[in-house]
Design a protein around this ligand. Structure first.
Ligand code: MIG
Length: 661
């Protein structure tokens, strides 16, 4: 059952598409709502209650014991204390004696204190009491989730090629760089379907341009790559460079399609291209306009995109830098005894960090993604000016919606790959997400795993993390272990930051191990894609916490380093260094399967309970549930080359598997 309550005058986010009649909240004995100071809702948690949800958020699958703030943030240091990441997914679920889903449809900062201030108290609060609250009750956590998913509409379906492996790196600049990556894979017989183009393919970081020196004949290059069964996936950033003669900038200004300051001038923020304007993707006309620009690249043969910097990330604004310059000038003046002809100028101060007084240093630290800047610009929503901070969490959603809606028009019969960094619930109808700038840390394999089912609860099915880790230098064993999880995530992409150690699979010794792990992915693609399609078409989850399938088994409910996948599989990747295996908990009898490096398959039936299973660096483990089976095919070099006539079944004899194509 779904109830919808209205408080104040909510912004219509379009997260929910089901028509549900809204009522005034008349009180509920188990839900305490106070409107005295903004909005505050609290719930007394039972000892046994598990709190699921929040999509792309830090820490565990059970969110109890910490606090989280939905406030889309470009922060590349996902350490344990962080409360905000790139997405805002305000769906939580209390699962215990009762099963209750709560969706707070509110597009600005909202805080989920889940037993942080007081161990047994769940409090959700935000500054403005203008929101819709959906209360969903059901028989189980999974039942509540499915009801929620039905409300928010069908999830985006990625093309099949997007289940292939992709290689990315911030730092590939030229056609030659890309060709070297492709040969690195093809020459070593490591399957691959996608190579990503990060910001350096553009001319001066201008959206929808291609640097003609680095890619002399881009259309032909894209074509050549397609003939080699490689899809090139360019990045699109949110900010549009301010540059006379750049058509997109000029058109946007002329049509008034950029975000404006209160005085009506276009807001100016520095991002990769230097000074930029942000397309006002909350304005339907501007959204359609920005989306139509993706055609510039699809006309050149491109059929997939990743949208970045759409929190939107801001390095600094004009106002921010002016205030800093003023503070530096004042300081320099003071420094030189009030003469005004200071010998110390801002460069000296900036270059000599020790000389920077605390106040200035603080200003410098606050320049990036500053809340003050998010209050400086406005969106034109059907003629009404809405200050950005009030709808901050909708920007990435609507940038990706711009692309998604446009791509449906540009190629109605063709699925395109599309995923975003920032998101809000509702965006799951238009694209997937990747989880942003993680690090080459072992703990981030586990964080990757734990985010997956939470994202599925919120509708995001095409998901994955930067395999091998984005920031920091990786190691061979970390890449291999992480890939063995990536084998199962819909988005399987190795990506790394500029300046870090090279981490393409062919950069390490014993390339055959990498070849083997990625080939396992291709053997599983028919199964994985079919499970993904079922999840999308039936509002189900591709990844589930064990507690969804075994709710009465406390041990299963508390297991957070294993996941259920589809209807047949459980995964339990290794995420610690220097080990030859791991402990797994089996809530029922299962078949333990390992894809061995020589191409053979190891099978062993294990009973319910705890087991230590050995898994070498070059083996890929999975578990098939009792009386189930999965299809596997022979490995192939690309998705197109998968030969369905080689299909056979793995798991329990006599079981049947239903396939969706
Ligand atoms: O400020 O485009 O998360 O994947 O490689 C960094 C460069 C901008 C952040 C993305 C990352 C990408 C990087 N971008």
């Amino acid at each position: 059952m779904v109830e919808k309550y209205v408080f104040g005058s909510p912004f219509e986010t379009q997260a929910v598409i089901a028509e549900i009649e809204a009522a005034e909240f008349a009180g509920k004995e188990w839900l305490n709502i106070s409107l005295e100071n903004g909005f505050c809702c609290s719930y007394q948690m039972d000892d046994a209650d598990v709190i699921y949800g929040l999509g792309e958020a830090n820490r565990g699958i059970n969110k109890r014991g910490y606090q989280y703030v939905s406030n889309c943030t470009d922060d590349p240091h996902h350490t344990e204390e962080k409360v905000s990441l790139y997405g805002a997914h305000n769906f939580i679920m209390i699962s215990g004696k009762k099963h209750i889903g709560l969706f707070f449809d509110y597009p600005s900062n909202i805080c989920f204190d889940i037993g942080y201030t007081r161990q047994d108290l769940l409090t959700v609060s935000c500054e403005q009491a203008d929101l819709y609250l959906y209360v969903i009750t059901g028989e189980s956590a999974y039942d509540v989730t499915k009801q929620f998913r039905r409300m928010i509409g069908k999830s985006y379906i990625a093309p099949k090629y997007a289940f292939g492996f992709g290689q990315s790196r911030w730092g590939y600049k030229t056609a030659q760089d890309i060709e070297a990556v492709v040969s690195g894979y093809r020459d070593n017989q490591i399957p691959i379907d996608m190579v990503y183009l990060d910001i350096d393919y553009m001319q001066d970081y201008k959206d929808f341009t291609v640097n003609p020196e680095r890619f002399p004949d881009f259309a032909q290059f894209v074509q050549k790559m397609r003939e080699n069964r490689i899809h090139l996936i360019p990045i699109i950033d949110a900010g549009v460079k301010i540059e006379e003669g750049y058509d997109i900038y000029e058109e946007g200004v002329a049509k008034g399609y950029f975000c404006k300051r209160e005085d009506g001038t276009d807001f100016v923020a520095a991002v990769w291209p230097g000074w930029t304007h942000f397309p006002d993707v909350l304005n339907p006309d501007a959204r359609a306009w920005f989306g139509s620009k993706y055609k510039i690249l699809t006309d050149l043969g491109i059929d997939g995109f990743w949208n970045d910097m759409n929190e939107p990330a801001i390095f600094y604004s004009e106002e921010g830098i002016q205030a800093l310059n003023q503070a530096i000038a004042d300081y320099a003046k003071e420094f030189s005894g009030g003469q005004g002809d200071a010998k110390t100028d801002s460069d000296d101060i900036m270059n000599n960090a020790n000389a920077v007084p605390g106040e200035i240093r603080e200003m410098m630290n606050q320049l990036q993604n500053s809340p003050a800047d998010y209050r400086r610009f406005y969106h034109n929503v059907n003629g009404k000016m809405v200050r950005h901070d009030r709808v901050h969490n909708l920007y990435g959603f609507n940038m990706t919606r711009a692309a998604g809606e446009a791509l449906q028009k540009i190629a109605p019969d063709r699925k395109m790959l599309l995923f975003s960094r920032s998101s809000y619930i509702g965006m799951h109808r238009y694209g997937g997400i990747w989880t942003g700038d993680n690090q080459s840390w072992w703990s981030h394999i586990l964080l990757n795993l734990k985010m997956m089912p939470s994202l599925n609860m919120c509708g995001f099915l095409y998901v994955g993390s930067d395999l091998g880790g984005f920031g920091s230098n990786t190691t061979r064993d970390l890449v291999l272990r992480w890939l063995a999880l990536g084998v199962f995530t819909p988005l399987m992409r190795n990506h790394a930051a500029l300046g870090t150690r090279e981490q393409e699979c062919y950069q390490f010794e014993h390339i055959e191990d990498f070849r083997h792990v990625i080939r396992v992915r291709y053997r599983l693609i028919p199964y994985l894609y079919s499970e993904y399609l079922k999840a999308a078409m039936r509002d189900e989850m591709y990844f589930r916490p064990l507690g969804f399938d075994y709710p009465d088994d406390r041990r299963a409910v508390e297991t957070e380093d294993q996941l259920m996948l589809g209807n047949e599989v459980m995964i339990a990747p290794v995420y610690t260094q220097n080990v030859s295996g791991r402990t797994v908990y089996l809530p029922e009898e299962m078949k333990f399967i390992k894809f061995m490096p020589d191409g053979s398959i190891y099978e062993e039936v294990l009973g319910k309970g705890t087991h230590y299973v050995e898994v070498a660096l070059n083996e890929v483990p999975l578990f098939v549930r009792k009386d189930k089976c999965i299809p596997i095919v022979d490995a192939a070099g690309s998705v197109d080359e998968i030969d369905m006539s080689t299909v056979r079944y793995l798991g329990y004899d006599g079981a049947e598997y239903e396939m969706v194509e």
